[in-house]
Design a binder for this molecule. Structure first.
Ligand SMILES: Nc1ncnc2c1ncn2[C@@H]1O[C@H](COP(=O)(O)OP(=O)(O)OP(=O)(O)O)[C@@H](O)[C@H]1O
Ligand SMILES: [Mg+2]
Length: 233
């Protein structure tokens, strides 16, 4: 579904992503793991069209480099950004409405119903401002908002960031459930243990370069990964 080839991201003189190549096959969960500053967010932003990269990003057979973020979103790639970024002064319903930017008015109602079924808390609080939600609930809203556009590729930037362990498990369970229903997922995480448990395939990103890749189960058992990313001695 997504083929990234020799991708580079620059911020002025900073070379944040240094020629990485990876694939996200349809129906799979692929994870990019790596420490602070490795280039994970920059990679997702490049795919979503939020930064202008060099190289090639083929999504559903079409070149995305040079296209606007809006066009890429319309093609069906949705990003849940790091730090969630829900609209705190809008209600939960209004936030969901924004996610359904590509839908006709008549198409929205069943999508709200679907979101509320998956995230009952959002239904209870539908007319409250998103800023009143807890961090975990905001993450659920950010996820629900991204799903409103019915994307074919869901990109998640550190969905576990700043959440209590129980909530992290809930978020990952939802991602797994979405994938079991056919959603293709590109998951970026510092929480390597959790990410590797639900992913099919994984890439390790260090200083803007992919240093290791393999089946997620293999990486979970890899000595170097265990030492560097799973906090084992
Ligand atoms: N807008 C920017 N301007 C300048 N440098 C940037 C900008 N955004 C990111 N960088 C730099 O690019 C590098 C990669 O950053 P990026 O945010 O992609 O890393 P990350 O892997 O997502 O890290 P984290 O786990 O902390 O979110 C870092 O050195 C960062 O300081
Ligand atoms: Mg990041």
């Amino acid at each position: 579904m997504l083929k990234v080839r020799d991708l580079h991201v620059y911020y002025g003189v900073i070379h944040a992503v240094k020629g990485i190549t990876f694939d996200v096959p349809e129906g799979k969960i692929v994870t990019l793991i790596g420490a602070n500053g490795a280039g994970k967010s920059s990679t997702l932003k490049a795919v979503a069209g939020l930064v202008k990269p060099k190289g090639h990003i083929q999504f559903l057979g079409h070149e995305m480099v040079g296209r606007s973020a809006h066009k890429i979103a319309r093609r069906g790639a949705a990003l849940v950004p790091e730090g969630r970024h829900v609209f705190v002064n809008l209600t939960i319903l209004e936030n969901l409405r924004m996610g359904g930017f590509n839908k006709k008015r008549s198409e929205l109602e069943p999508l709200y119903e679907k979101a509320f079924e998956m995230f009952p808390i959002l239904k209870e609080r539908a007319n409250q401002k998103a800023g009143t939600l807890s961090g975990g609930e905001q993450q659920m809203l950010a996820l629900a908002r991204a799903l409103m556009s019915e994307p074919s590729l869901l990109m998640l930037d550190e969905p576990s960031l700043g959440l209590a362990p129980k909530i992290v498990s809930e978020v990952f369970d939802i991602v797994k459930m979405l994938n079991s229903k056919g959603m293709t997922v590109l998951l970026v995480e510092q929480n390597a243990a959790q990410a590797l448990k639900i992913a099919h395939y994984a890439y390790v990103l260090e200083n803007g370069t992919i240093t290791l890749e393999g089946n997620a189960k293999e990486l979970l058992n890899n000595e170097d990964v265990r030492k560097s990313y799973l906090g084992e001695m």
